[in-house]
Ligand binder design. Structure first.
Ligand code: GDP
Length: 201
């Protein structure tokens, strides 16, 4: 898929106020600083559609972008940042869980994890929660340019091993690097395939 059109639609903290249209939707989420904004900019071929920032936890809203006028890309707030207050964390959890529980248009989530790190409890807990709530997701490993291919393979296998302790099947995954443009076609091709399936069914 080529992204020919990418436009910011709206930001809000209330799932009830998200766009009413029934276009298929894909949500990107992960720990702050994982490289989510960079990945969204890479996927959409825009320098600053999603704001990259050095200040974790700054963008705590549900951000909708309209892509090619036929699907929504949703940029969700980063989780696991230490510097926000407990009450801010609670509010965050509430609207994120509401988003996942009530957003019918959501086709799949993409959970971003930094490929350099061993499986982290905060990410595993979140994946567990998605699985228990029947929300389809794929893993996107980010910053693949930072490791050699053997190390990437080892880290991906570590994730698979941990997830297979709880689940029968490991989720789909993608290895990406926004700085090197790795994985872009794979992620966009996958979304295109799911969009096509939605039209057929
Ligand atoms: P976000 O907080 O998850 O939106 O993360 P950002 O996209 O703002 O990126 C956080 C930091 O990681 C920034 O310093 C980026 O330059 C860096 N970064 C993001 N993606 C990559 C990547 O693919 N490779 C490398 N080497 N650095 C990256």
């Amino acid at each position: 898929m080529k992204v020919k059109f990418a436009e910011f639609v709206m930001s809000n903290s209330d799932v009830a106020k998200c766009p009413k249209s029934m276009l298929p939707e894909y949500a990107f989420i992960g720990r702050s600083n994982v490289g989510k904004s960079s990945l969204i900019n890479m996927l959409t071929d825009r320098k600053s559609l999603a704001k990259t920032s050095g200040r974790p936890g700054k963008t705590q809203l549900i951000n909708h972008f309209l892509i090619n006028k036929n699907w929504h890309l949703v940029d969700l707030p980063g989780y696991g940042y230490a510097r926000v207050s407990k009450s801010a964390k609670k509010t965050f959890q509430k609207f994120i869980t509401q988003y996942f529980n009530y957003r019918e248009q959501l086709v799949s989530a993409f959970v971003l994890v930094d490929v350099r790190h061993k499986p982290q409890p905060v990410d595993l807990d979140f994946m567990q929660w998605l699985g228990e709530h029947g929300i389809p997701f794929s893993i996107i490993f980010t910053k693949a340019d930072k490791l050699k291919s053997k190390a990437i393979e080892n880290h991906v296998n570590d994730y698979k091993t941990v997830l297979l302790e709880t689940w029968e099947e490991a989720p789909n995954y993608f290895v990406t690097s926004s700085s090197k443009g790795i994985g872009k076609d794979d992620v966009l091709g996958y979304i295109e395939e799911l969009n096509r399936d939605m039209l057929i069914n």
